[in-house]
Design a protein around this ligand. Sequence first.
Ligand code: SF4
Length: 429
Amino acid sequence: MTPYLLYSDGKGNIFEDTSLYAVGRTGWDAVPIEADEWIELPDGGSLYELPGRRGVGIDVETGDMRLCEKGWAVAAFIPPAHTGFFLAAYETMPDAPTLPLFCYTATGWWNDKFFVPATRIEADIRQDCEGYDQKKVESGVSQLLKTYPHNRLVKHLGENCALTYQCPAARNYFLGRWECPVPSSPACNANCVGCISLQPDEEEIVSTQDRLQFKPTVEEIVEFTVPHLMEAPFPIISFGQGCEGEPLLMWETLVPAIKEIRKHTKRGSININTNGSDPKAVRKLCEAGLDSIRVSTNSARREIYMPYYRPNNYQFEDIMESLKVVTEFGGWTSINYFVFPGMTDSEAEYEALRKLIRETGLKMIQWRNFNIDPDWYLGKIGVVETGECFGVKQLQEMIREEFPDLQFGYFNPPMERIKGNYQSDFAHH
Ligand code: SF4
């Protein structure tokens, strides 16, 4: 089974080209995709037409690779809980616009269905699209805005995150379940190329969210998080969201907030999603009662990390240290690993990843699709050659074999999974 290439007429209409088989991209190269790497495009996935780009495919007659001249290239945005194995393969025209901050996975058409080279990496259904009833979200928002009339954070989560950005985590909070987002920082000490909350004016693309404009108080944080931890199923509260800067810059507020929360309840997990820049602040949070950390990174290699994160005042080694601190306190450690076929599965990255796992005592890899224009990303970090690659599927198999206790997923686990039998205790709650 090899799906046919898809192309668009530039007006939002997508067609299959039965003279070309679909291929994938890894680094700067177009490559064939194995039959067992394709799955049907999962619910919640969407398709993008890529202006100024011609799709690359394999001629069904000759077997040669060539461009599809019938229209623009097409890519898939695969939904959360799935990891893509290959990017969409295309040739970029000189005047093509930079693509916005989404992931561009390869896609094709077969048997009247859309297919993508990907895998479901996470059993947890917390962000499956069929689980959201928008009417219930809206009534949850209006109810909790009445319950906390003076809480700027609940107002931000309701009006901006849940109802405007359609943030899955915020909507889960207003549905009274699972992971509740707790943004806190208007500032950041990094300058990520693909920052989703702040893009420099000179850049062609815009951030997908606006950054938080205020510093919440301890009281504002504690007021709505304690009831959530006490009442929600599989409860987690998570500092560090896409609509803010770096939460570690707010440690002087988060430490007393965690202490106050734990005075009221021992239930659930208190997690921080962070760039991991300040191990000293992480230590203070652990002393206060932090249970779990997720450090975001595009690479386990300093030379790939630094040109992407462009830190103001910290080094790659600091993020490793932050993971080690949480391990020292017996907490849960994850990396939010931005998967980029051709970079993540290169030999050099594989060796660096093994070293990171061993040295930090890492407990989980969240294999996240990198939401960024591939050409723009590789250009910005100065990568012209990506070297030998294993393929993302094979890389995952090799890591799983060498580190059998290391968990794979896409979301921060609740305490029930951290303390319980990780796999069976939770699937499909
Ligand atoms: S660490 Fe987060 S908030 Fe800071 S620049 Fe990077 S993506 Fe943006």
